[in-house]
Write a protein that binds this ligand. Sequence first.
Ligand SMILES: NC(=O)c1ccc[n+]([C@@H]2O[C@H](COP(=O)([O-])OP(=O)(O)OC[C@H]3O[C@@H](n4cnc5c(N)ncnc54)[C@H](OP(=O)(O)O)[C@@H]3O)[C@@H](O)[C@H]2O)c1
Length: 252
Amino acid sequence: MTFTTLITGASSGLGAEMARQFAALGHDLALTARRTDRLDALKAEIATAHPERRVETYALDVTDDDAVTRVFEQAKGDLGRLDRVIVNAGLGKGAPYGKGSHYANRETITTNVLGAAMQTEAAMAIFREQKAGHLVLISSVTALRGMPKSMTTYGATKAFLASLGEGIRSEMMGKPDLDIDVTVLYPGYIRTEMNEKVEQKTKFMVDTEVGVRSMVVAIEGRKAKALVPPKPWVAVGSAMKVLPLSVVRKLL
Ligand SMILES: NC(=O)c1ccc[n+]([C@@H]2O[C@H](COP(=O)([O-])OP(=O)(O)OC[C@H]3O[C@@H](n4cnc5c(N)ncnc54)[C@H](OP(=O)(O)O)[C@@H]3O)[C@@H](O)[C@H]2O)c1
C-alpha cells in the first residue's frame, strides 16, 4: 500500500518543498493551506513530475478547530488512511512585550500553539483508531533558549511544540499496542517566505531544497528529535543549551 502523508502549510516554503520531496519518494499526499491557488499549482507541478502519485488538496485555516478535524478526516477518507501527519503550518510574526503590538504575538500563539495542538488532536485521534501513525512536529532551534525581541513569542511557541511532542512520545512508550512514532524537528534557518526579510540571520541560512532534504532524512528515519540541517545546527544547538544567555542572544 502506498504511504500517505498529510502536510499542513503546504502552500509555500518548507511544506511545499517537503511535498515535492516526499512525492519523489513515492508518497501519496494530502496538502492543506489557506492559499488554495498555490496548492493547486503545486499539485499540477507534482502531477507533471510524478504522474503516478495521488495528491489531494484542502483549504484549511489551522486556527479553525472544527475545520482541522473535518479536513483531516476527509483526507483520511480520500487517501484510505493517514500514515504520517506533518504539523508544519506556522507564523513568524512577533513584537517585543510591552510595546503595544500584542496582536502580532497573539496571532503567532493562536496559529503555532492552538493550531498545532488541534492538528495534533486530530492526527492522534486518527492514529489511535488506525493503531499506527507518525506525528511530525516542526519546532525550531529558537525553541532551545529564550529569544529576544520580536523572536520571543515565536521561540516560546516552538518550545511548546517540542514539549508537546516529547510528552506524546512518552505516553506512546507505554502503549505497545499502538505503533505511533513522534518526531520533533528543530530547523535552523532555511530560506522561505517567513524569513526573506530577515537579513541578520543569513549567516547560517541554507536554501529551501537543501534544508528540506535534511528534514526529510530525519523524518524518514523516524528520529525522535533532530536539529536540521545537522551542520551547523547540532553544534550550535549543543552550545546554545550551555552558553550564558548574554552569548546566546548574539548567536541567532
Ligand atoms: N524557514 C525556517 O527557517 C524555519 C525554521 C524553523 C522552523 N520553521 C517552521 O517551519 C514551518 C514552515 O515555515 P516556512 O519557513 O515554510 O514559512 P512560510 O513559507 O511562510 O510557510 C508557512 C506556511 O504556513 C501556512 N500557514 C500560516 N498560517 C496558517 C493558518 N492560520 N492556517 C493554515 N496554514 C497557515 C502558510 O499557508 P497559507 O498562508 O496559504 O495558509 C504557509 O504554507 C513553520 O512552522 C515555521 O515556524 C521554519
